[in-house]
Write a protein that binds this ligand. Sequence first.
Ligand SMILES: Nc1ncnc2c1ncn2[C@@H]1O[C@H](COP(=O)(O)OP(=O)(O)OP(=O)(O)O)[C@@H](O)[C@H]1O
Ligand SMILES: [Mg+2]
Length: 429
Amino acid sequence: MNAPWKPGMGGHRDPFHAFVCDDHSFDMLRAVAAEMGWAPEKVNKGGMRNAVQSLSITASPQILFVDMSESGDPLNDINSLAEVCEPGTVVIAAGQVNDVRLYRDLVASGIQDYLLKPFGADQLRDALAQAQAVFMAPRDAAPERPHCTISVIGTRGGVGASSIATSLSWLLSEKKKRPTALLDLDVHFGTNALAMDLEPGRGLTDAIENPSRIDGLFIERAMVRASDTLAILSAEAPISQPMMSDGGAFYQLLEEFRLAFECSVIDLPRNMLIQHPHLMADVNVTLVVTELTLAGARDTIRILSWLKSNAPQTRVLVIANRVHPGAPEISRKDFEQSIERKVDVMVPFDLRIGSQAAKLGKTLAETAKGSKLGAACMEMLNQVLGAVESDDAAAPSKAAGKKGESLLGKIDFKSMMPSRRKDKATLDN
Ligand SMILES: Nc1ncnc2c1ncn2[C@@H]1O[C@H](COP(=O)(O)OP(=O)(O)OP(=O)(O)O)[C@@H](O)[C@H]1O
Ligand SMILES: [Mg+2]
């Protein structure tokens, strides 16, 4: 079946399963399967309904033979099959209806071939050989790009990290047509699904409760699709329940994303860095989202330093968000001086677009088309892709202090404050 995701062509799939309705087909399928070197016991009695039931709990095979003789509504049944069948599976159907329109509709639904019953052993052999060739053929015309994982971390609460994560995911999937997974690790209070007017479902909660279930099939079923190229995994876990996870489930999810998508975007609450530092181990690009404030500067410095020590492989982009058109608490120049690196993208504060996005259930980037905010989002997308695609080694971040030197000691707090507050400053630096 031809679902949009890149098939995770792992070695876990059985080569062949069949679901047939009558004894004659059953015997013929078993004999021909044995000839092809496949297990005859993978030929089952029972047609479409059994196939759907069985595939909803097991991994899909490479080639699936399904008898539709008992199917009242073949097209509808094929769609039910498509929902449980992993992408990449090549499906051969058989039935008693001799109607070219049905044949065309089935092929349009992703069926490889349709055998009219009764069929002979040679016909079956030809169809299976053809299916095998189709399964083996390279099917992805798109250029093979290495997977990239991007994490988005807010330096302070409410700086717009989730807005940036959802916007970036939307841009990657919509503007660049890259199959993208968005993982919202704010398990109790996450807003990624809400921002796109979607129900989060139980996917992430199930993954946390049952990490052993996480595999390609789980990803297929548990993720909520925002579009053909964007899927989300998030939760609205009850706030009476603490999150019980050693982080293994998240790590495993990211592993599976690597097989099924081109890009993974993680909305990573900063406390998760402390709790689960290993989540950053394979992250290619990190967006540190901040506001231009004193507290933002302090925590940008601390997070940049943390990244340098704990995720030295990741390329870092600093995004200043919600930047007010008037004078911000700290000017860009002072902010950059204090964090000892440039701010890569300045995203303006735009109340109108912010509330419009919330009303429409769309991401900021989508709502902001044609505005300064939209241009900043595109700039961010280009910088992210530049960081992903560049072969150069990551420019060494100068943000962190030398070993043994206090980080806080590096901030000239007083010089950053408006003069009235300077006199009252009690911060001891
Ligand atoms: N550039 C912007 N202009 C206007 N409003 C914005 C902008 N960026 C974000 N917002 C708004 O700011 C609010 C907070 O954004 P968001 O939830 O993305 O922040 P967060 O950093 O993820 O928060 P939390 O710490 O709760 O996770 C939202 O109402 C969002 O619409
Ligand atoms: Mg958030």
